[in-house]
Write a protein that binds this ligand. Structure first.
Ligand code: ADP
Length: 190
C-alpha cells in the first residue's frame, strides 16, 4: 500500500496530475476539495458551512477534512494506495494524518510538490474559472486570500516533510505531459 501526497499551491495542477497517476498506478484519488464540493452540491449541513468558507478563500476546519479522509481510508481497503490531493493543508492535518496511518500500520511514502509561481497560480485560476463553475476562482480578492493562506498555513508542511525525507519537488510550469513524466520518474525510482 503506497501513500502519495500531491502538494502545491491552488491551481498548481495537483488534480490533473493525480488523475493521471490514478490511471497508471491503480491508486485511489482523494481530493478534499472535490469531497467538499460534493457536500455543497448535495446541500448538506457540512456543505453549507464549507461553502461560506471556501467562497471567501478560507480553509475549512481541520476536524471536517480529517473526518472525510478517515472515512475514505476505512471504506476503501482494497486499493493499492492513495493519492491525497489538497490534504494535508495545515501542520495539524499532517500530524493527524501520520497518526491515522500509523494506527493502520501505514505511512506517507512520498510528497510530490508541484512548484509554480504566484503569477502562474493567478493566471491558471482565472482560466479555470471560465471552464468550471467555481465561485472561489472568480474574485481577485478571494484568489489573493487563497494564495496568502497557502503561504501561511500550507507552505510550512514543506519543512515538515523534508524533515521526514519524503519531500520531492517538480517544476510545474511546463506541459501536463512533461510534468507527468517527472512525476512518474519520482514514483518509479524508489
Ligand atoms: P485548489 O487546489 O484550487 O486550492 P481545492 O479543490 O483543493 O482547490 O480546494 C478548494 C477549497 O476547499 C480550498 O480553498 C479550501 O477552502 C477547501 N479545502 C480543501 N481541502 C482542504 C483542507 N485539507 N483543509 C481545509 N480546507 C480545505
Amino acid at each position: 500500500m503506497t501513500h502519495y501526497i500531491i502538494f502545491g499551491p491552488p491551481g498548481a495542477g495537483k488534480g490533473t496530475q493525480a488523475e493521471l497517476m490514478v490511471k497508471k498506478y491503480n491508486l485511489l484519488h482523494i481530493s478534499t476539495g472535490e469531497l467538499l464540493r460534493a457536500e455543497i452540491k448535495k446541500g448538506t449541513e457540512l456543505g453549507i458551512m464549507a461553502k461560506a468558507l471556501i467562497d471567501a478563500g478560507n480553509l475549512v476546519p481541520d476536524e471536517v477534512v480529517v473526518a472525510m479522509i478517515k472515512h475514505k481510508f476505512t471504506s476503501n481497503p482494497d486499493v493499492s494506495g492513495f493519492i491525497l490531493d489538497g490534504f494535508p493543508r495545515t501542520t495539524a492535518q499532517a500530524a493527524t494524518l501520520d497518526e491515522l496511518l500509523g494506527e493502520m500500520g501505514k505511512k506517507v511514502d512520498k510528497v510530490i510538490s508541484i512548484i509554480v509561481s504566484d503569477a502562474t497560480v493567478r493566471d491558471r485560476i482565472r482560466h479555470r474559472a471560465q471552464i468550471e463553475d467555481r465561485k472561489d476562482d472568480i474574485d481577485d480578492e478571494v484568489i489573493a486570500t487563497r494564495i496568502r493562506n497557502y503561504h501561511q498555513k500550507t507552505e510550512p508542511l514543506i519543512d515538515f516533510y523534508k524533515a521526514q525525507n519524503k519531500y520531492f519537488e517538480i517544476n510545474g510550469e511546463g506541459s501536463v505531459e512533461k510534468i507527468f513524466e517527472e512525476v512518474c520518474t519520482l514514483i518509479d525510482n524508489n
